[in-house]
Design a protein. Structure first.
Length: 298
């Protein structure tokens, strides 16, 4: 909601953050959700969907670097990447920095988000949609991962769920059906990662993901990044793979892979990558609680 030149985020009941709206660049109800892009003196251009801030020019690099470079460099030989969501184009931009990545399929439910972000947030995608390695599919993410034919050209070394919060169109991207479909398309040592909310306010999302995703992979865990736009502390990022060694790659090896990749970053470092898997105790307890419940139910 916005009035009196102020945009008030409505994600949490009883608490919110507000942005001064210097200029509304675009606002409309798309086929799936309410979309607004506006200018703010501190964070630059800001996009929100259904009352929830999605991305800002000021700090988008933190989120996009940590959801892309961590799984790609942990894998060590990722050739094919699937992005679910990510209509602003920032995730696609970061993934395509890796010259070793040969193909990226990006599945976005809302064409309007892609079109408006190309126009009003061009620095996010930075021309990445024109890269010949990129394939944009307008489709529902859950339907795609469960219905696309599993073949060599539909198996992925890394799957990134650049999803909204589990409300509205994004809710299904936290479901068992979605995780099952992603597991079906992962290669043997493939890695799945996803945005998983701010645990101080959304700890139940950690428990739910640990319960559901943990049913499909040998190693279900989380890592963290501090992203100011997503208020109330660090954000947890879900991690799932059958390769139990992938999140234990040494700083020395990550440094070697990072140097070999030739990419430049503003937030990600090999040391930060390694340390991001160290979590606050209350988050560890939530994971342990979910794991115990899952084992007792099986």
């Amino acid at each position: 909601m916005h009035k009196d030149n102020t945009y008030l985020e409505t994600l949490y009941s009883g608490y919110g953050q507000s942005f001064t709206v210097d200029k509304v660049l675009f606002e409309n109800k798309t086929e799936h959700q309410h979309l607004i892009i506006f200018e703010n003196a501190v964070f630059g251009r800001v996009m929100a969907l259904d009352g929830v801030i999605q991305t800002t020019e000021k700090d988008e690099f933190i989120y996009h670097e940590m959801l892309s470079h961590v799984p790609i460099l942990a894998h060590g030989n990722a050739k094919r990447v699937l992005i679910i969501g990510g209509g602003d184009g920032g995730m696609l931009r970061e993934v395509l920095k890796h010259k070793s990545v040969e193909h990226v399929t990006m599945v976005e439910i809302d064409q309007a988000v892609v079109d408006m972000c190309k126009q009003w947030l061009p620095n996010h995608s930075a021309g990445s949609y024109e890269d010949p390695r990129a394939n944009l599919v307008i489709d529902d993410g859950v339907k795609f991962v469960n219905n696309v034919e599993k073949a060599a050209d539909n198996s992925f070394d890394v799957i990134i769920s650049d999803c909204t919060d589990p409300i509205g169109p994004g809710e299904v991207l936290f479901s068992s059906d979605f995780y099952s479909g992603c597991k079906r398309l992962l290669t043997e040592k493939g890695i799945f990662v996803a945005q998983n909310g701010v645990p101080l306010m959304q700890l139940e999302e950690v428990e739910t993901t640990a319960m559901r995703l943990g049913s499909y992979v040998n190693d279900c865990h989380f890592y963290a990044a501090a992203i100011p736009t997503y208020a109330c502390g660090v954000m947890t990022l879900a991690w799932g793979t059958d390769d139990t060694q992938a999140r234990k790659v040494s700083v020395e090896e990550l440094t070697r892979r990072f140097a070999a990749s030739g990419i430049s970053t503003r937030y990600y470092t090999p040391a930060l990558h390694h340390g991001s898997f160290a979590l606050p105790r209350y988050v560890e307890e939530a994971i342990e609680k979910a794991e115990a419940a899952r084992k007792s139910a099986s």
